[in-house]
Design a protein around this ligand. Structure first.
Ligand SMILES: C[S@@+](CC[C@H](N)C(=O)[O-])C[C@H]1O[C@@H](n2cnc3c(N)ncnc32)[C@H](O)[C@@H]1O
Length: 238
């Protein structure tokens, strides 16, 4: 909290690592059950991509993978697929490697400590996933442009980000309030830690994400018909 107060005084941010291990593990614990149970269904909303992954091969880049549970769950849902998770937070990657080893999938799942904007592996991936992280990125356009470069010509990006209202309204509903709460105490300050930053914060509305995706060069932007209380899912085509 003192670091957060200081950040609002100076306009600087708070690094994700400075939130401490409890916050990193809470984020992981919050999303892990749904990754374990639903990630196959979410990817099946991209039928052409899911068919390729079910074919027994294929490669997925899980951008901003945090502690790795999404990457591990993708490997479980699609046996035979290789998953490369990457994240800019060293402590998360350390945990991700430990989780993959413990879960026995480290022959197909690997993790890299890197800024996704500099990701390498042009034209290598059938699918790039980004779960609950575009709004945290200092330079989301650069990251999405990198994600586009990673794709095979027939590949696609799957993004899950918060299901906030399509336009700002006052007073906001419970979902808006929840996500603005997260924004003020976590995502906005975290996004500002890495300068220069566009300072998005948790409330990333579909029109804003579409304009980032178009700027990054994507020609296709589709909101997927996946029912979820907190996430909205997007498909980007190169
Ligand atoms: C809210 S967490 C989500 C983690 C995980 N995807 C999940 O759903 O639990 C946001 C993650 O984005 C990562 N991140 C932010 N900017 C990044 C960048 N430029 N490259 C790679 N990872 C980034 C952070 O380190 C953090 O792990």
């Amino acid at each position: 909290m003192p670091a957060l107060l200081e950040a609002y005084r100076t306009g600087e941010g708070v690094d994700w690592a400075d939130y401490g291990p409890d916050v990193i593990e809470a984020q992981a614990a919050l999303n892990r059950p749904q990754f374990a149970n639903y990630i196959g269904d979410w990817i099946s909303a991209l039928p052409d991509i899911a068919a390729k992954l079910r074919g027994g091969g294929g490669r997925v880049a899980d951008v901003a993978c945090g502690t790795g549970w999404s990457s591990i769950s993708i490997a479980r849902a699609f046996p035979g697929v290789k998953v490369d998770g990457l994240d800019i937070d060293a402590g998360s990657i350390e945990r991700a490697r430990m989780h993959a080893g413990r879960e026995g999938v480290d022959d197909r799942v690997s993790f890299l400590f890197a800024d996704a904007a500099d990701a390498e592996g042009e034209g290598r991936y059938d699918l790039v996933t980004i779960f609950e992280a575009v709004h945290d990125m200092a330079q989301p356009t650069m990251v999405l442009a990198a994600a586009r470069r990673l794709l095979k010509p027939s590949g696609a990006v799957l993004i899950a980000d918060e299901r906030v209202a399509e336009v700002f309204t006052a007073p906001g509903d419970d979902t808006e309030r929840l996500f603005y709460g997260y924004s003020v105490v976590s995502c906005l300050a975290n996004g500002l830690a890495d300068q220069p930053s566009v300072g998005t914060g948790t409330v990333l509305r579909p029109a804003a994400l579409e304009s980032i995706a178009r700027e990054a060069g994507f020609s296709g932007f589709t909101i997927l018909p996946i029912k979820h209380d907190a996430f909205r899912f997007y498909r980007l085509d190169p």
